[in-house]
Design a binder for this molecule. Structure first.
Ligand SMILES: [Zn+2]
Length: 290
């Protein structure tokens, strides 16, 4: 049904958008010193997000011991990352390291994760990657032990958010050679199984990268259970998969079955993400009004 324009809604929308624009602040620029970047509002918000996601990974048993690591880009030249030798359940804000894009710690007292090299290769190769989560969820890691990736075409949510996962070759963790194993896949895949090791996912935020891990792990578990039922699997019909791929293009999600997405330059960020989300909800309500 065609929507009729409501001039009052349009005016309110303009005002709301102007308020939202006023709330936006530039990301720390090239001239930001490490200490200014480290104490910025954005760094504080990102550290909290990393801590929240770290606890989720531990609670869902996707990491054990000191395993797994999380990072996110901040502006054009910094990365916040988890420290080495620390459980993802026990981290405090001061434990999060600030690194440059070469892996040198520029703020923070702890040593960074050795897997930052892997994260940095992803950031360098794909500017759309703003956050990376690496962990060892059992079902997805089990697939990596068999040298296979989970089948595709079975569950729509998995197709939309992930689609075909990649499998990177085995190399010794923590080395530069290991970090580079993901390079052939990082443009077309947001989810990569690491042979005989675990998984790595990238997205626009740490929260969204962790969602990918959850979606992958649940999917791998469901595939294993479905196999055990001993009946042939039924797949989503090909035309319906095409509808999903059209949606992915619209959403800007990568998929090896569609053309590569354009690179995105680091943009501006919200000074208040919760308020911005609220404002977006108001705008979409206004747009829904007859
Ligand atoms: Zn690992």
């Amino acid at each position: 049904m065609e929507q009729v324009k409501n001039p009052i809604s349009d005016q309110v929308k303009e005002v709301v958008e102007a308020v939202m624009e006023a709330l936006r602040v530039p990301r720390p620029d090239e001239s930001s010193s490490p200490s200014a970047a480290s104490s910025s509002f954005e760094a504080e918000a990102l550290r909290s997000e990393i801590l929240r996601v770290g606890r989720k990974l531990w609670e869902r048993q996707y990491v054990d011991g000191n395993g797994g690591n999380i990072s996110c880009r901040m502006g054009a030249k910094y990365v916040l990352c988890t420290p080495t030798m620390m459980s993802k359940r026990d981290m405090e804000p001061a434990d999060i390291c600030l690194s440059d894009l070469d892996g040198n710690i520029v703020a923070g007292d702890r040593a960074r994760t050795s897997e930052l090299l892997l994260h940095l290769e992803i950031y360098r190769a794909n500017p759309r990657a703003r956050a990376v989560v690496h962990c060892h969820p059992p079902y997805a890691t089990a697939f990596s032990l068999t040298g296979t990736t989970p089948p595709i075409g079975l569950i729509s949510e998995y197709e939309i958010f992930i689609g075909p996962a990649a499998l990177a070759n085995y190399e010794t963790p923590g080395t530069q050679v290991f970090a580079e194993t993901v390079l052939p896949f990082v443009q077309d895949h947001n989810t990569i199984l690491l042979a005989n090791h675990g998984v790595v996912c990238w997205s626009d935020t740490v929260t969204h990268a962790e969602w990918l891990v959850e979606i992958l792990e649940s999917y791998c578990k469901t595939c294993v259970i479905a196999k055990q039922l001993g009946k042939p699997l039924t797949f989503i019909p090909a035309p319906k998969i095409q509808e999903i791929l059209a949606l992915k293009r619209k959403l800007g999600f990568p998929d090896a079955r569609i053309e590569p997405l354009p690179a995105e330059a680091p943009g501006r960020t919200s000074a208040n993400p919760e308020l911005e989300s609220l404002v977006r909800q108001v705008i979409s309500r206004l747009e829904e009004q007859p």
